[in-house]
Design a protein around this ligand. Structure first.
Ligand code: NAP
Ligand code: ZN
Ligand code: ZN
Length: 357
């Protein structure tokens, strides 16, 4: 089917019920091969919050069957002749983006993640008609080489995999909005993305990093991750008032339309910035009163994953500084149980599915 001697098989969601642990193992037809592509024998794939949104059609009707997973690491087994930075046998990875147009202003400016013609790693179509995209809860993955990254030797595959989406999604706004010496930075929602937020904000040299989540029960872990302070918005009475005007930058990973956004914005110092990366079902955020923005003199923005050059830069930083995310490995065959646990908020802080050697 795929013109190779290996089969593309994976966990397929067939309907919104799949998110409840009802993905079915089956074969899929990857995009039509081109000499711009790389085939990867998947060894590891992280479970991202986005996988759950897509399985349940939370962002609009998902084009089932859908094999999710966009934190992929494995071995290159076939490399198109136009791809020069990867050779067969290399350890490589793919994040949440499979392709972009390569021609627009964003692509030319190294902001491929904001190209209007992106192809997401799963549940999407290649704009040249070469087929559907499929993710990494699978045996093999095929993606354009432009979005296939070399994994530095110093990084473990299970550590590198979740960086390719979860890591860069927070690394990029931290980098682009000035996280560094002299800055106080808040990370809201210490889950998969948020734990990377704490690790990378520290690695970038912020003066103070504050972890902000709902329950006091995460406090010890978040401090152990490296945060200087922890705020529990469900349990610390008066948290909003007590922390008013204390932070220069906030990255918010929460994906609920019911989060206390006004309270978060109120923690910004004058001219501070809050960048939203959590993506609620239906996209809805709580209202922000105009006077909250005007009175505080602040900005609220958003950010999508990160472009290839920032992914390479982040992987190098992680290897150089020996950054170790907190990952929990699960066998690929347990993918259904793992997504149910992920949905229940049990991951500490990222599940990584592993194929047998
Ligand atoms: P995750 O591991 O589940 O983490 C999300 C965290 O948000 C949870 O750990 C939870 O921490 C916190 N939270 C606060 N209020 C919540 C509420 N009402 N309901 C649920 N969680 C709440 O998920 P993730 O993988 O980090 O992904 C987070 C979001 O980012 C998802 O929406 C995902 O789709 C999105 N995302 C966006 C991009 C992008 O490019 N912008 C890229 C990747 C992922 P506590 O329980 O401690 O409060
Ligand atoms: Zn993701
Ligand atoms: Zn483009």
């Amino acid at each position: 089917m795929s013109g190779t001697d290996y089969k593309f098989e994976g966990w397929l969601g067939h309907d919104p019920e799949s998110v409840k642990g009802n993905m079915k193992w089956g074969e899929f037809e990857p995009k039509k091969w081109s000499e711009d592509d790389v085939d990867i024998k998947v060894s590891h794939c992280g479970i991202c919050g986005s996988d759950l949104h897509m399985l349940k059609s939370g962002w609009g009707e998902t084009p089932y069957p859908c094999c999710v997973g966009h934190e992929i690491v494995g071995k290159a087994v076939k490399v198109g002749s136009n791809i020069k930075h990867v050779k067969v046998g290399d350890r490589v990875g793919v994040g949440a983006q499979s392709n972009s147009c390569g021609k627009c202003e964003d692509c030319k400016n190294g902001e491929e993640n904001h190209c209007l013609n992106v192809t997401n790693t799963y549940g999407d179509k290649y704009k040249d008609g070469s087929g559907k995209s499929y993710g990494g809860y699978a045996t093999y993955a095929r993606h354009p080489g432009r979005f296939v990254f070399n994994i530095p030797d110093g990084l473990d595959s299970a550590d590198a995999a979740p960086m390719l989406c979860g890591g860069v999604t927070v690394y990029s706004p931290l980098k682009n909005y000035g996280c560094g010496p002299g800055k106080k930075v808040g990370i809201v929602g210490v889950g998969g993305l948020g734990h990377f937020g704490v690790l990378f904000a520290k690695a970038l040299g912020a003066d103070e990093v504050v972890g902000i989540s709902r329950k006091a029960s995460k406090k010890d872990e978040v401090l152990k991750l490296g945060a200087d302070r922890y705020i529990a918005t469900d349990d610390d009475k008066d948290w909003a008032q007590d922390n008013r005007r204390t932070l220069d930058l906030i990255v918010c990973t929460v994906s609920s339309g019911k989060m206390p956004l006004e309270g978060y914005v109120g923690m910004l110092k004058t001219r501070g910035t809050l960048i939203q990366v959590g993506a609620p079902d239906g996209g809805e955020l709580p209202n922000i009163n105009a006077f909250t923005l005007i009175g505080n003199g602040v900005k609220v923005g958003g950010s999508a994953i990160g472009p290839p050059h920032e992914i390479n830069e982040m992987l190098k930083l992680a290897a150089d500084q020996k950054i170790h995310p907190w990952v929990q490995k699960r066998p690929m065959k347990e993918a259904n149980a793992a997504i149910v646990d992920m949905d229940a908020g049990k991951a500490r802080y990222r599940y990584v599915l592993c194929n047998d050697e």
